[in-house]
Design a protein around this ligand. Structure first.
Ligand SMILES: Cc1ncc(COP(=O)(O)O)c(C=O)c1O
Length: 405
């Protein structure tokens, strides 16, 4: 039996929705994108949402809006996907990496020591959909000592008067923290709708604006819209209206708007996200955890607590006591049974791009420990009971073989 890792859920509903847009005569940013933005805003209970063509673009747009540039520092976890740090480098700023905890998320107790007068943003990442310690992060940026260090250089930075918390929530649409949805937990949150994500539009992202007063999120939405369209003051849809052709370009912006073709997929998915997609993913998590917790050599991920609920994005199983080589051997034996598994993630300091910039994995022992014994299991909407059981058997067999159990 072949089990893929995480194919998207595409059925007749998505196909019909895309065909409808293709036939409508309007395929780029337009009414479907605006409707999708509204639906994400309602789902996440935030005032304003801008959709873009990826989470990476969304994160970079926000850093640019906040005026992050050369000489600035952005704090982020060493254990994340490369997008989190790459967008900081694109702005000419320096990613300052912090180690993570046993639950894979950034270790807040290590953030304060990483803050300097150059720190402009903290980017926590909800790894696998598990929310970070947001009470502690939000309290830290408001702490008197940390606030005093903040050195604003742009109007936006002066208005906020402290470090911006920009959540990389690429994995965590639908996750909750103290009954509040991901999207409302920090100043700004960015989701990904990439093909492997819980809610996919093939490629896509959303920026949730939840900034405190005196920020006017409607105004910031407009600014980000312009920034996502070459700095042009009108999008193509508005320009099409009779007599509305004249436009201006106010800055050399990016080009990263979402298209209506993709928003149409998102509209189908958001309709069935909470009651269908999340429920199915929880079912798979429960099945895996029930099976693997019977063995003392597995460590199952934390995914529900009195404070936090995951979005059930990725199932990060760990094999106690093994190192990289043994983990790789186990993965090889799982692959031999035609079950696709993965590792989320190789810590950034182990990748050439960051090694060349001086980051060393020795400085992030927990990131390395988590990585070296981690195996991400298949999880997707259409995974059947038979496949779930097959994955469990394959993982148990492969691990027993390698551990000699
Ligand atoms: C933690 C994290 N951040 C950011 C991204 C970037 O998302 P996108 O592919 O939508 O740009 C990803 C993508 O996998 C991710 O895993």
């Amino acid at each position: 039996m072949k089990v893929p890792f995480s194919p998207p859920r595409i059925d007749e509903k998505n196909i019909e929705a895309v065909v409808e847009v293709l036939r409508s005569g309007w395929i780029t940013t337009g009414p479907k994108t605006k409707e999708f933005e509204k639906r994400i805003a309602d789902f996440c209970m935030v005032p304003d949402v801008l959709c873009v063509n990826s989470a990476s673009a969304g994160l970079e747009l926000v850093l640019h809006w906040f005026g992050v540039g050369a000489g600035d520092e952005v704090i982020l976890p060493a254990y994340t996907y490369t997008a989190t740090a790459n967008v900081v480098l694109h702005c000419g700023a320096t990613p300052v990496m912090v180690d993570v905890k046993d639950d894979f998320d950034i270790d807040v107790s290590k953030i304060a020591a990483a803050v300097t007068p150059r720190t402009k943003v903290i980017m926590p990442v909800d790894i696998a959909g598990w929310p970070c310690d947001y009470n502690e992060i939000n309290a830290l940026v408001k702490d008197e000592r940390i606030r005093k260090m903040f050195t604003p250089t742009t109007e936006e930075q002066k208005m906020l008067g402290r470090i911006l918390v920009l959540a990389d929530a690429a994995h965590s649409l639908g996750a909750c923290y103290e009954n509040k949805p991901s999207g409302t937990l920090t100043d700004i949150t960015v989701f990904s709708f990439h093909a492997v994500k819980n809610l996919t539009t093939a490629e896509g992202g959303a920026i949730c604006l939840n900034l405190p007063t005196p920020f006017d999120t409607k105004e910031i939405y407009k600014q980000l819209c312009i920034k996502s369209l070459h700095g042009q003051t009108k999008d193509a849809f508005s320009k099409m209206k009779v007599g509305n052709w004249r436009y201006d370009v106010v800055e050399p912006g990016y080009k990263c708007n979402m298209t209506d073709v993709l928003a149409a997929i998102g509209l189908v998915e958001i309709d069935r996200y909470a009651d269908d997609m999340l429920k199915k993913r929880k079912y798979i998590f429960d099945k895996y955890s029930e099976a693997f917790s019977k063995y003392d050599f597995f460590k199952v991920p934390e995914y529900e607590s009195s404070q936090k609920t995951t979005s059930y994005h990725a199932y990060l199983l760990r094999v106690n006591g093994v190192g990289e080589a043994q983990r790789d051997e186990i993965m090889k034996k799982i692959f031999e049974q035609e079950v696709a598994v993965n590792v989320h993630f190789i810590p950034l300091p182990m990748l050439t791009c960051y090694k060349e910039r001086g980051y060393k994995i020795e400085d992030y022992p927990m990131a390395y420990k988590n990585y070296s014994c981690e195996i991400s299991l298949p999880i997707f909407y259409d995974l059947t009971d038979e496949q779930i059981n097959f994955v469990i058997d394959s993982v148990v067999n492969a691990t027993c073989l390698v551990l000699g159990k």
